[in-house]
Design a protein around this ligand. Structure first.
Ligand code: ZN
Length: 844
């Protein structure tokens, strides 16, 4: 149920748990449970509104065959020259660097503060030169750094981040097969930097040869001291082993020629940058996913301490992770991948000039481009210029009309345009013109944003242990900005504003029915803020877990009202009025326990939302009862429909995501009562699964169905055999026999077979033992870490609860019951009705 990413993070935190209950706790897009379709549908995909076919209006960018010469400039001639870094001509392969000085050339330490002003970078900053200076020098640097190495084994126990190589003098050293970078280097001013995507890479003996090369390259032949920060002390013996003198240092100091440290503190950022600019060598490592998971709503490219140090070197650490492995040293061709070169080629393609991009480069460009756009551009003319240039590029070619009917392949130019446009809008660049007549899946209409500010009262209390989205009942149209304001007290409470509810990131999907990322979060750490998202969407205020803020007034200008029905609050007249006005394309049906986010077209068919929401509340009460959770829930669950989701037919999480086809299933009371709602309750069951009594992967797709069975039987009056065809008596019997026929191997105890064990217990002892045990488990600590330990605990707890020795029963199912546990339960009465006996006897 929970995917654990084992990794060594900073500060002794070892394992970030990506909880299904809390997307925000995940370092990555939340790992979702992959569900096989729970119901078949023959319905054709529904369209929210007629789509204007933008494809026919602008057409996809024509792709010209490559000529091989792509000397194209990322230059926007319409934009005024921004400063020293803007383009005037194709830059030299390598900017005019001061020849790397020999040791003796170097200003004697401690150096006078750099001889440069802010207007005049000493270093040809990672300004947006067109193609990267991937010339002979870079190749030589790469060669020197990878000398004598045939493979890079980065399986060191830590989960690395991906690195973004964006500076003209930055280059990759270690890449996986998809060109995701885990080792990189750069020249900066007179000095050099080597970056590893996890600090473990800087202490692993198997990285020894590389580290030695790195320190030598960083030292540039100087004989000065190599200083290793005390928190990286395992690096010292590695270097000493190879005869390199090094010392442990609490801080950077002026006697060093190379300094090695982790990327988790920016206290010395300025000193480190000056140190490198003046000729020092910096070996640095760290990952950014943990920081990203701990700082939702903050941009890791801007705020992660490592990036505060590194961005100016043309290197950044991304929140995306990379699967550690043993990788061959990248080929010359792979090594020559560079974000800016790819962007330059891409521009040529969009301009119908000669441009050529391999599929793998294009996929990489999507990720890199979106990331690069998040680096704060303020005050860096070259970056601002690139943002404008991209906007012009995208406006010129027009964004593709992506929809269910017109999906785009994820490795297509269109997909890259969607990602770049999303990133550009998130960067704060005005993209209103880009969005005009977008005709996307969100559908624009004749709506105009209200000129008058709308004030909504939200509940700023969140007693739960996960962040809560609070609906505002407002919708932001695509490409528009909303001005959000709140009180000073509220601005210091950690609130965030989120635009859009379709939070599944589809970056890894092969085909896209919408842009991969269509939501955006902003921290409300000030009293006023302008927020926007290219794709528009419902507006939410995210109240962090544990917030005690109380009622908050939030004033929003520039949004439109969206359909919103709250059980017990909204009158039928009010609902009818909402439906008659031209409403926003998405709306919500809410109770204190569940909120359903669906297209307005579906809501318009709903004459009165009250009966279906009463039924939902009854079902939610049952969900809470079985789980021994308080009711009303501490935080209402959410189900959001989307044109495409990241995994399966539906998946659990917050929100639970489903396809548009499932909307009818969840808002039609009569259908729900007669046909049931297996899938959505299955996902709600997933959200109730707890580590203590879960034995993944065996029970992951089993115990969640206890909730489906319980809700169908106790609320809907649908017996289990009818609730799901897999639970018909013949099917169940066949399954038991098949499992026993194979000798009851634990590896075969999964999904329905595993559920059977629990159903047999439930049929004999009722639901009470489950409810009571779920309550008891909430109070237990120090639970066994392994399945065997936890399974034995369950055997013991369940036996004690029902006062029967269930050891023979669980053993019949193939559970590895330990002798001590069996002995401790031997005094309990035998379970004479053990339903497995029949099968075991028959087998004998
Ligand atoms: Zn599932």
């Amino acid at each position: 149920m929970e995917r654990e990413t084992t990794g060594v993070a900073q500060g002794g935190v070892t394992t970030p748990r990506a909880r299904l209950r809390d997307g925000a706790a995940s370092p990555q897009p939340v790992p979702r449970l992959r569900d096989s379709p729970v119901s078949e549908t023959s319905q054709p995909p529904r369209q929210l509104r007629p789509q204007n076919s933008l494809a026919s209006r602008t057409g996809p960018p024509t792709v010209h065959p490559a000529s091989g010469t792509a000397g194209l400039h990322l230059r926007d001639s319409s934009v005024p020259r921004d400063g020293p870094a803007s383009e005037t001509a194709l830059p030299p392969a390598r900017p005019p660097p001061p020849r790397p000085p020999r040791l003796r050339d170097r200003p004697a330490p401690p150096p006078t503060r750099p001889q440069r002003t802010t207007a005049e970078p000493v270093h040809p900053s990672p300004g947006i030169r067109t193609a990267q200076g991937c010339g002979e020098d870079v190749r030589q640097d790469q060669q020197q750094l990878l000398e004598g190495i045939s493979e890079l084994d980065i399986r060191t126990g830590g989960v690395p981040s991906q690195l973004l190589v964006h500076g003209a003098l930055a280059f990759p050293l270690g890449l996986d097969a998809s060109l995701n970078c885990f080792l990189a280097a750069a020249r900066y001013g007179r000095g050099r930097v080597v970056l590893a995507a996890h600090e473990c890479l800087l202490c692993a003996p198997k990285m020894g040869s590389f580290l030695l090369n790195a320190v030598r390259w960083l030292a540039r032949g100087q004989t000065g001291k190599v200083g290793v920060n005390t928190n990286l002390k395992d690096l010292c013996p590695l270097l000493s082993e190879h005869g390199l003198q090094c010392s442990l240092e609490p801080h950077l100091n002026s006697n060093l020629c190379v300094y090695c440290c982790k990327a988790y503190s920016d206290k010395e950022a300025k000193q480190l940058q000056e140190f490198v600019a003046e000729g020092g060598g910096l070996l640095i490592g760290g990952q950014a996913w943990w920081w990203a998971s701990q700082n939702p709503g903050h941009c890791p490219l801007a705020g992660f301490p490592g990036n505060v140090i590194l961005n100016c070197f043309g290197l950044s650490i991304l929140p995306q992770t990379l699967k550690a492995g043993c990788f061959p040293v990248p080929t010359l061709e792979m090594r020559s991948y560079h974000f800016r070169k790819a962007l330059s080629e891409f521009q040529a393609i969009l301009n119908h000039e000669n441009g050529n991009l391999e599929k793998s480069c294009l996929a990489k460009l999507r990720v890199d481009g979106a990331a690069f756009l998040q680096i704060p551009a303020e005050g860096i003319p070259a970056y601002i210029s690139l943002h404008r240039l991209l906007r012009k590029m995208l406006r010129g070619s027009g964004l593709p009309a992506v929809s269910r009917e017109n999906p785009v392949a994820s490795d297509s130019y269109e997909a890259a345009m969607l990602s770049l446009a999303t990133g550009l809008a998130h960067s704060g660049t005005d993209c209103s013109q880009l969005a005009q007549g977008l005709g996307t899946w969100t559908c624009s209409s004749s709506l105009y944003p209200s000129k008058h500010p709308i004030t909504v009262e939200i509940d700023g209390i969140n007693p739960g242990n996960s962040d809560c989205w609070v609906s505002t009942g407002l919708y932001l149209l695509e490409g528009q900005n909303a001005e959000v304001s709140l009180s000073e007290v509220a601005a210091s409470a950690g609130l965030r504003v989120q635009i859009g509810c379709h939070t599944d990131d589809l970056t890894k999907a092969r085909k896209l029915s919408r842009a991969p990322v269509v939501t955006h979060q902003c921290c409300m750490d000030r009293t006023e803020r302008s927020v926007s998202c290219l794709w528009g969407g419902l507006l939410y205020v995210i109240v962090p877990k544990g917030s005690q803020l109380g009622p908050v007034s939030v004033t929003i200008r520039g949004a439109v009202p969206a359909p919103y029905y709250k059980l017990g609050k909204t009158s039928l007249e009010e609902w009818k009025r909402q439906m008659q006005e031209d409403p926003a394309p998405w709306g919500e049906l809410a109770t204190d326990n569940i909120i359903l986010t669906v297209p307005t077209t579906n809501l318009q068919a709903l004459k009165d939302p009250e009966p279906v929401l009463r039924l939902w509340d009854e079902m939610m009460e049952a969900v809470a009862r079985l789980a021994a959770e308080p009711f009303p829930l501490r935080r209402p669950e959410r189900i959001v429909a989307d044109v495409q989701i990241s995994a399966g037919w539906m998946h659990s999480g917050y929100p639970i995501m489903c396809h548009l086809e499932s909307v009818k299933e969840i808002i039609n009371e009569m259908d729900m009562r007669s046909r049931g709602v297996w899938g959505p309750i299955h996902e709600l069951g997933h959200n109730q699964q707890r580590h203590g009594w879960e034995f993944p992967p065996h029970t992951t797709e089993a115990t969640c169905n206890l909730w489906s069975v319980y809700v169908h039987e106790t609320v809907l009056g649908i017996p289990r055999a009818q609730a799901h065809e897999a639970l018909s008596p013949p099917e169940r019997e066949k399954r038991i026999k098949a499992h026993l026929g194979k000798g009851a191997p634990l590896c075969g105890w999964n999904v329905w077979t595993a559920l059977e064990t629990y159903l047999q217990l439930q049929e004999a002892f009722g639901w009470e033992p489950f409810t009571q045990l779920f309550a008891e488990y909430q109070t237990l600590s120090h639970l066994p870490k392994d399945n065997t330990g936890r399974m034995n605990l369950w055997v013991k707890k369940f036996s004690e609860k029902v006062k029967k020795n269930l050891v023979p029963f669980f053993e019949a199912w193939g559970w590895p019951v330990q002798k001590e546990v069996a002995d401790s339960l031997a005094s309990l009465p035998e379970w004479q009705e053990n339903p497995m006996q029949v099968y075991l006897r028959a087998k004998e």
